[in-house]
Design a binder for this molecule. Structure first.
Ligand code: AMP
Ligand code: ZN
Length: 702
């Protein structure tokens, strides 16, 4: 008999049987049959070592040779993940990402397996090596140990050259069992890490590690499926084990369902609005899983969009991890200070012994209000744990150890720390009722000039402090009338700065009504609120003032997003005399207090009916969204990936993938220069129309 052929047959059958048993969970043969084939193959290989392939099924048991893990370069980016600690952070990440991509994105939600990250490399369908993450560029070659993991295919169902990322882990039950003989190992993750780095692979083979894979990188980019779901389906097809606990989020559950069906996978079909409750649900169920997870990973489903979003040094921009546990640090409370916000709200703040937390040094943490302090029973000198949740401001979470000086639970003093006005209660918070309280005035000014508001960048909190102290600015309108040259006598304020202040003031007069409205600091009227009011029909400040004069609550509540309480708050704030005076002065200063439908916003619809995709980077449109805006303003529909329906591709520098797709689909490729000339042709037509109109006017006058 041809031995070589027999070895091949036995290998094929055993590999198939291993996959069926370990990956698919439906055995093809009895254990006895399996052992028979296995023993036959082992015997042949023992006698004829030259016939043994490194990917032989017998290699699953490992060897006694010691290895020292050579370092090998990765051929794909093996980065970390961006992190979020609340559902709302994930939701706003999804919104931000969708906006950047200018498309109707869908997202896949996976469990974040708490194991060891491994990259499996295959050439022509054969396993060649497995590398640890290492520093992201170079990893350790742990192939011999990884080969013993029975759920990892050594030969794929098709001869593809591919790098596959996955997480190797030890199921909880196996860890519990093994812990009895290895009581020193703290958790399943540590045992996994130790096993992957065993010197003798025969020892690694004793630990029943397994894997879930979650990303595939094809050497031939054109073979890459166009969605993450399709990649997962393809990996499954190639013989890998993928985690069946998947969810898909998109604009509607129906649409998500369609995507799942197209991919031929099983997954939960959900809409964006379901994210928070879904995360809540998995947090509850987490303990009952057979393996450890430390969070959830949200990934952009559309691969073309991923290519556009790209990577930072640290993580892909197309994925984010939601972690169950927020980072914590332990430190001591040195003192408590009291802050006064722009609305007069009082916030107690713990001043801490500096401690490092999630990559930054923390010296202060919020204590929210008196109620919160009472709940914690927090006193100065106590040792506390500090957490960083979604928001940027860390909070004191728990008192771990009481102080030894006998300090009692901290009580906020009854007077405003800045103006000594007695504080008043409103709901859970204390407020300084003095609207001229210096901290409130400075807070209002800083809020008004902030980047997200009127964007008078050069006039920051420090400058405001100065202007206030010099009695130059006491309220927002003063910013428009004060003589900035008086600053020249002050240290650190030169001509250049004064000019920057004046420029900022002039620039701010161009800000649209929506920005002006949100910068006034009316209750509940942030940038979203201002937009809602304007879309709801309040096209000018006078519309708003009229409604508030008439106490026309219905005018507000007829807008679906506005409730009765909010309506009353806005009306009250607009009736306030100081606010009225402020608005009138700002109007006189030349700020925009009504919506302008300038013609610029509705140029000729020269791209009507066309479907444009955009790739690469541009000289004149940076960020790229500027190009998309020009397209949309002129009637084009913009899409994030190229399909048969796409008519044009606007191609800047770089961005190879889409260009070749466009070529293959016969989509017209437009360069930046060509695009600019298309835009200017459109403008000329506009001017011509304007001239015609002018002439018509003239002839009428005659
Ligand atoms: P971290 O190590 O906390 O920065 O988290 C990033 C790591 O999470 C990645 O390097 C992966 O090893 C791991 N991970 C676990 N499950 C997944 C998943 N489903 N998708 C992506 N990464 C995952
Ligand atoms: Zn005060």
């Amino acid at each position: 008999m041809d031995l070589q052929k027999r070895v091949q047959e036995l290998s094929d059958e055993l590999l198939k049987a291993q996959k069926a048993y370990y990956v698919d969970g439906r055995p093809l043969m009895s254990d006895l049959e399996y052992d028979g084939l296995f023993d036959e193959l082992s015997a042949i290989e023992r006698e004829h070592p030259e016939l043994r392939s490194v990917n032989s099924p017998t290699m699953r048991v490992g060897s006694d040779l010691t290895s020292d893990f050579p370092e090998v370069e990765h051929t794909i980016p093996v980065l970390s993940l961006d992190k979020a600690y609340s559902a709302s952070e994930v939701v706003s990440w999804m919104e931000k990402t969708s906006a950047m991509a200018h498309g109707n994105l869908s997202f896949v939600e996976e469990e974040k397996i708490d194991g060891i990250s491994i990259v499996l490399y295959y050439e022509e369908g054969m396993f060649v090596r497995a590398l640890t993450r290492g520093n992201g560029y170079v990893g350790n070659d742990v192939s011999d140990n990884i080969r013993t993991i029975k759920t990892i295919p050594l030969r794929l169902s098709r001869p593809v050259t591919i790098a596959v990322r996955g997480e190797v882990y030890l199921p909880k039950a196996d860890f519990e069992r093994l812990k009895e003989t290895n009581p020193e190992v703290a958790n399943a993750r540590n045992m996994t890490a130790g096993t992957v780095r065993r010197q003798k692979s025969s020892e690694a083979a004793q630990i029943p590690l397994t894997i879930f894979v979650y990303e595939g990188f094809w050497a031939d980019r054109s073979q890459t499926p166009d969605s993450h779901l399709a990649i997962l389906a393809c990996l499954k097809d190639l013989g890998f084990r993928i985690n069946p606990h998947l969810a898909v989020f998109s604009s509607s559950a129906e649409h998500s369902g369609k995507l799942i069906k197209e991919a031929g996978l099983q997954a939960r079909a959900l809409a964006f609005g379901d994210l928070a409750s879904y995360l809540e649900e998995v947090t509850q169920k987490r303990k009952s899983l057979e393996y450890e997870i430390d969070g959830m990973v949200t990934k952009v489903n559309e691969i073309a969009v991923r290519d556009d979003l790209g990577y930072t040094e640290h993580h892909p921009r197309w994925a984010i991890a939601y972690k169950f546990e927020s980072p914590q640090a332990v430190t001591k409370v040195l003192s408590v200070t009291v802050q006064v916000g722009r609305t007069g709200r009082i916030t107690p703040v713990a001043e801490l012994e500096p401690v490092s937390l999630a990559g930054s040094t923390v010296k202060r943490a919020t204590l929210h209000n008196q109620e919160y302090i009472d709940e914690l029973e927090l006193a100065i000198g106590d040792t506390v744990s500090v957490v960083k949740r979604g928001d940027v401001i860390p909070a004191v979470e728990e008192v771990l150890e009481k102080n030894e000086e006998g300090n009692k639970t901290y009580v906020i003093p009854p007077l405003c720390p800045t103006c000594s006005t007695p504080l008043v209660h409103k709901g859970a918070h204390l407020f300084c009722p003095n609207r001229d309280c210096p901290d409130q005035v400075k807070g209002r000014l800083s809020f008004f000039t902030a980047r997200d508001q009127m964007d008078m960048d050069s006039i920051g909190p420090k400058a405001i402090e100065k202007l206030y102290d010099m009695h130059l600015v006491r309220d927002i309108p003063d910013l428009y009338t004060c003589d900035y040259s008086l600053l020249l006598t002050e240290k650190g304020y030169g001509e250049k700065m004064v000019k920057a202040f004046r420029d900022a003031v002039e620039e701010s007069k161009k800000r649209p009504f929506a920005t002006v409205l949100s910068s006034l600091g009316l209750p509940e009227v942030g940038s979203k609120g201002a937009e809602i009011l304007i879309k709801g029909g309040f096209r000018s400040i006078d519309d708003l003032l009229k409604a508030s004069d008439e106490n026309d609550v219905a005018a507000f509540t007829s807008i679906p997003q506005i409730g009765e309480q909010t309506a009353h708050l806005i009306i009250e704030a607009l009736r306030d005399e100081a606010m009225r005076a402020r608005i009138e002065k700002l109007r006189a200063a030349g700020l925009q207090f009504e919506v302008h439908d300038d013609r610029e916003e509705k140029p000729d619809q020269i791209f009507a009916g066309q479907v444009w995709a955009v790739t690469g980077s541009f000289e004149h449109f940076n960020p790229r969204s500027l190009a998309l805006r020009e397209l949309e303003k002129r009637g084009a529909r913009t899409v994030s990936s190229i399909t048969g329906k796409t008519t044009h591709l606007l191609a800047g520098q770089g961005g190879g993938g889409k260009r070749s797709t466009a070529l293959s689909l016969g989509v017209k490729i437009v360069s930046e220069d060509e695009f600019l000339s298309l835009l200017s042709q459109g403008e000329k037509k506009e001017e011509k129309k304007e001239e015609d109109r002018g002439q018509a006017q003239l002839s009428f006058d005659f």
